[in-house]
Design a protein around this ligand. Structure first.
Ligand code: 4AD
Ligand code: MG
Length: 480
C-alpha cells in the first residue's frame, strides 16, 4: 500500500479505509488511554490528526515520539467529531522513522523569533510559517512561467557567468580560478586575467537583460528567470546578494507597452496567489495581524494582507514622470515636516524607498509607475529622450516595498548607444556583440526586471527579504 499525502488525506471521506501516513510530528499529547499526534508532511498547512488507543499501540513507543520525530502511521480513516477536521486516523501501527531529541531539537511548538529561525534555516521549513512561504513561492514561480507561456513568450537561459556589467554599478562578484595567494600580474602590476580560467576577467551576472535583448531581437518575446548577484553592501530588509529576477524583453514594444505588460503581469500574479494559495495566504494574513498588534498604534497598517493584495488588483497604476514626482515630493507635508531621512534637494537626486513609499502609500494611494528619469542615475542602455536629459526608464513602485520593478525602453540607435558607452567610459570592446544588434536589423524594444523576492515580500506580507528565500545570501552571511 502506498502512502497518502496529508493534503489528500485531510479531504477524504472514505471512512473505514486503511491508510499509511508519513510525516513529522508537530505536537503530541498523551492522556491515560489515548494519544493524539498532529502530523505534518508539508503537502499543505494542515496537520493530520492521529489518534492512538494505548490498548492497541504499545505505550512505550511514545517515549520516542516528540515534536520533530518522523513517523510512519498505519491506521483507519474515521470520521472526526472535532470541528477542526473532517477525519482522523486511528492508528493500528506506529513506526518511528527518525527520532528528534527534545533536549536538542530547536524547533518547538511555540513562537520562535524570525532571527532564531534564520539561524536555523536548515530546520525552519518545518514551521507552519516557512511551509506556507515556500509553498506560495513555488506557486508564484509556476505562475510566472504560465503567464509568459500563455502569451507566447519564450524562456531563455541567460548566462550566470559573464564578462559584462549590465547595470554599470560595479557591484559584481568575481569568478576566478586564479590562486589568490599568488595572483599573476602583468608588467604594469595589474592582475593578469589572461591567465584565468576564461582568459579574461569574469563575474557573476547582475542581470540577464543584455543577452535577453539578443534573443528578443529574433524571437520577439522572451523572458529570463534566473539567479542574479549583487555585491552591494546594503544590509537592508529589501536587498539580497543573490536573488532571482524575472526579465521579459519584447521587440516592437515601446515604454508604454512595457508599462502595460508590467501592470498586467503583477495583477495576474497577485490574483494567482489569491486563487491558488488561499489557505497559506489566510495563515500569513493572520500572522501579520498578530504582528501588527505588537506595534504602536500609529505604526500599525490599516490593511490586512488580502486588502493589500486587492489594493493592487483594484487600482489602475498611477503613471507619471520622475520630474512630476520630484515636484510632489518637494511640496509634500513629509518634506516640509522634515520626515524624510533624505530630504529631496533638487531634480536629479535618486529616490530612496521612503520617497517611493510616500508616493504610493500617502499621495496617490495606489501603485505608481515613474518614467523618464535623469540619465545620470540610470544605466547606459536606456532609450535617450529628445530632451537630452532624461531616459525612457520606468520603475514600478509598490506599497511597503518601494521599487519592485525596474525597466526601460532600450536605446536601439547605434550611434546614440555608442556615444553613451563612451561617455560613461565603458568598454566598447566587451560589448561589441550587444552593439552589433543595433547594426543589424535594429528595432524598438523594451523590457524590465521584477525582483522575485520583492514580489514574495509583497505577496506574503513578510517584512524581511531574508525570510522569503530559502537560503538568503547577505553581507557576512552564507551559512547553509
Ligand atoms: O532595477 P534593476 O537593477 O534593473 C535591472 O537589473 C535591469 N537590467 C532589469 C531589466 O530591465 N531587465 O533590478 C530590477 C529589480 C528591482 O526593481 C528589484 O525588484 C530587484 O530587481 N532587485 C533586488 N532584489 C533583491 N535584492 C537586491 N539587491 C536587488 N536589486 C534589485
Ligand atoms: Mg532599479
Amino acid at each position: 500500500m502506498k502512502r497518502i499525502e496529508i493534503a489528500t488525506l485531510i479531504q477524504s471521506e472514505e471512512f473505514g479505509k486503511e491508510v499509511i501516513v508519513m510525516g513529522w510530528v508537530r505536537t503530541v499529547r498523551i492522556s491515560k488511554n489515548v494519544a493524539f499526534i498532529a502530523l505534518n508532511d508539508g503537502s499543505c498547512l494542515k496537520n493530520a490528526q492521529i489518534v492512538a488507543d494505548l490498548s492497541v499501540i504499545e505505550p512505550t513507543v511514545f517515549d520516542r515520539i516528540h515534536t520533530g520525530t518522523s513517523l510512519k502511521i498505519v491506521g483507519k480513516l474515521v470520521e472526526s467529531i472535532g470541528k477542526e477536521q473532517i477525519n482522523e486516523v486511528h492508528a493500528t501501527a506506529i513506526d518511528v522513522l527518525g527520532e528528534a531529541n527534545p533536549d536538542h531539537y530547536p524547533i518547538q511548538p511555540k513562537k520562535h523569533s524570525l532571527e532564531f529561525l534564520r539561524e536555523n534555516a536548515h530546520l525552519r521549513f518545518r514551521t507552519n510559517l516557512f511551509g506556507a512561504i515556500n509553498r506560495v513561492r513555488h506557486h508564484m514561480i509556476f505562475a510566472i512561467h504560465k503567464y509568459f507561456n500563455d502569451r507566447g513568450f519564450y524562456n531563455i537561459h541567460t548566462p550566470i557567468i559573464t564578462a559584462s556589467d549590465c547595470e554599470g554599478a560595479g557591484e559584481m562578484f568575481h569568478v576566478t580560478t586564479l590562486n589568490l595567494n599568488n595572483i599573476p600580474k602583468t608588467q604594469t602590476g595589474a592582475v593578469d586575467w589572461s591567465q584565468d580560467f576564461f582568459g579574461r576577467e569574469t563575474n557573476l551576472t547582475v542581470s540577464g537583460q543584455l543577452e535577453a535583448e539578443l534573443a528578443a531581437l529574433a524571437l520577439s518575446k522572451v523572458y529570463t528567470f534566473g539567479p542574479t548577484f549583487r555585491a552591494e553592501n546594503s544590509n537592508t530588509s529589501r536587498h539580497l546578494a543573490e536573488f532571482w529576477m524575472i526579465e521579459p524583453e519584447v521587440a516592437f514594444s515601446d515604454i508604454h507597452d512595457n508599462m502595460d505588460l508590467a501592470e498586467d503581469m503583477l495583477k495576474y500574479l497577485v490574483q494567482y496567489a489569491l486563487d491558488h494559495c488561499a489557505e497559506d495566504i489566510e495563515f500569513l494574513e493572520q500572522r501579520l495581524i498578530n504582528e501588527e498588534k505588537s506595534k504602536p498604534q500609529n505604526e500599525r497598517s490599516t490593511m490586512t494582507l488580502r486588502q493589500k493584495l486587492r489594493f493592487v488588483l483594484d487600482n489602475t497604476f498611477e503613471r507619471l514622470t520622475y520630474s512630476e514626482a520630484i515636484e510632489i515630493l518637494k511640496n509634500s507635508p513629509d518634506q516640509k515636516k522634515n520626515k524624510f531621512v533624505y530630504p529631496i534637494k533638487e531634480w536629479g537626486a535618486d529616490l530612496q524607498s521612503e520617497h517611493e513609499r510616500y508616493l504610493v502609500e500617502k499621495h496617490f494611494k495606489k501603485p505608481v509607475i515613474l518614467t523618464d528619469y535623469p540619465k545620470e542615475i540610470k544605466a547606459f542602455y536606456m532609450k535617450q529622450n529628445p530632451d537630452g536629459k532624461t531616459v525612457a526608464a520606468m520603475d514600478v513602485l509598490f506599497p511597503q516595498i518601494g521599487e519592485i520593478i525596474g525597466g526601460s525602453q532600450r536605446e536601439e540607435n547605434y550611434d546614440k548607444l555608442l556615444q553613451r558607452i563612451n561617455e560613461l567610459g565603458m568598454s566598447k570592446k566587451t560589448l561589441w556583440w550587444y552593439l552589433d544588434t543595433r547594426r543589424f536589423g535594429t528595432v524598438v524594444h523594451s523590457g524590465f526586471g521584477l525582483g522575485f523576492e520583492r514580489l514574495m515580500l509583497f505577496i506574503t506580507g513578510m517584512g524581511n527579504i531574508r525570510d522569503v528565500i530559502p537560503f538568503p545570501r547577505t553581507p557576512k552571511s552564507a551559512e547553509f
